[in-house]
Design a protein around this ligand. Structure first.
Ligand SMILES: NC(=O)c1ccc[n+]([C@@H]2O[C@H](COP(=O)([O-])OP(=O)(O)OC[C@H]3O[C@@H](n4cnc5c(N)ncnc54)[C@H](O)[C@@H]3O)[C@@H](O)[C@H]2O)c1
Length: 243
């Protein structure tokens, strides 16, 4: 049972590699966390290990009505992490129309609808409330493999970050994006062995980043130390793209 003072967070894509690490970080920081994911088995697995502060909710985040319904059930929240996403690998100029639509729906529209629900769910809560959008280096580095529909889904997300940061600054809702490069999660499975090896060898530390390393930045932004930051896209890539 959570007491009234417990701060509440929603993490999308909680059952994935990054989502699990972000959920663990926020639970360790004292949040009650509701994890949204389409993967019922993954959520059950996470619920079994996460402890009493975690509540799983199976939702297809491409369904706007389902998002509205789950947020209505959750009630007031203090933080939202839009982390659910994937990378479809068809390449231009042969990307099927339905793949483009699905890429935008999973990566961008899901976050858009969650933000709409979240700002209402944050009304009247104490302190600076937080939205963290998990973007990607792929929106900014055109030397790497990312296909264009993946890039634009994340670029759209980052523009949403800036719009909401400006719109809600006076309401004390801080909105930032974190844009990681290669981070070791099940999403690596969309890449061929060749592409994966090349991308990891381009990382300055000679290894992919770890989900816990990205989660620590999410936790920092959501902690009181993050109260004064809003409207930023924070690039995490071991310094790979500095020129
Ligand atoms: N891994 C990387 O190198 C990397 C780099 C940059 C950005 N990212 C971003 O990080 C985020 C997390 O990715 P990850 O690497 O942990 O991948 P992942 O595949 O391990 O996790 C993604 C999660 O999103 C969930 N999801 C997908 N579609 C959904 C839907 N329609 N409804 C609900 N849930 C859905 C999946 O079930 C999964 O649990 C993504 O937005 C991804 O684009 C990852």
């Amino acid at each position: 049972m959570q007491d009234e003072a417990t701060r509440k967070a929603v993490v999308t894509g909680a059952a994935g590699g990054m989502g699990r690490a972000i959920t663990a970080r926020l639970l360790a920081d004292g949040f009650a966390v509701t994890g949204l994911d389409i993967d019922a088995g993954g959520l059950a697995d996470l619920a079994a290990s996460a402890g009493p502060g975690f509540s799983p909710a199976r939702v297809d985040l491409t369904d706007a009505a389902a998002i509205a319904a789950v947020f209505a059930e959750i009630g007031g929240i203090d933080a939202l992490v839009n982390n659910a996403g994937t990378c479809f690998m068809s390449d231009f100029p042969d990307i099927p129309a339905e793949e483009l639509d699905r890429q935008m729906a999973v990566n961008f529209s899901s976050a858009f609808h969650c933000c709409q629900a979240a700002v209402k769910a944050m009304a009247g809560r104490a302190g600076v409330r937080k939205i963290v959008n998990i973007s990607s280096n792929g929106a900014y580095n055109f030397d790497v493999f990312d296909p264009p529909h993946y890039r634009v889904s994340k670029a759209a997300m980052d523009t949403l970050t800036k719009d909401l940061a400006r719109r809600y600054a006076g309401d004390k809702i801080a909105v930032n994006s974190i844009a990681p490069a290669m981070t070791e999660t099940p999403l690596f499975g969309v890449l061929s062995a060749d592409v994966l090896e090349k991308a990891i060898s381009a990382m300055p530390h000679g290894r992919a980043m770890r989900p816990q390393e990205v989660a620590a930045w999410v936790g920092f932004l959501i902690s009181p130390a993050g109260d004064i930051a809003s409207g930023n896209v924070i690039i995490l890539n071991q310094g790979r793209d500095v020129r």
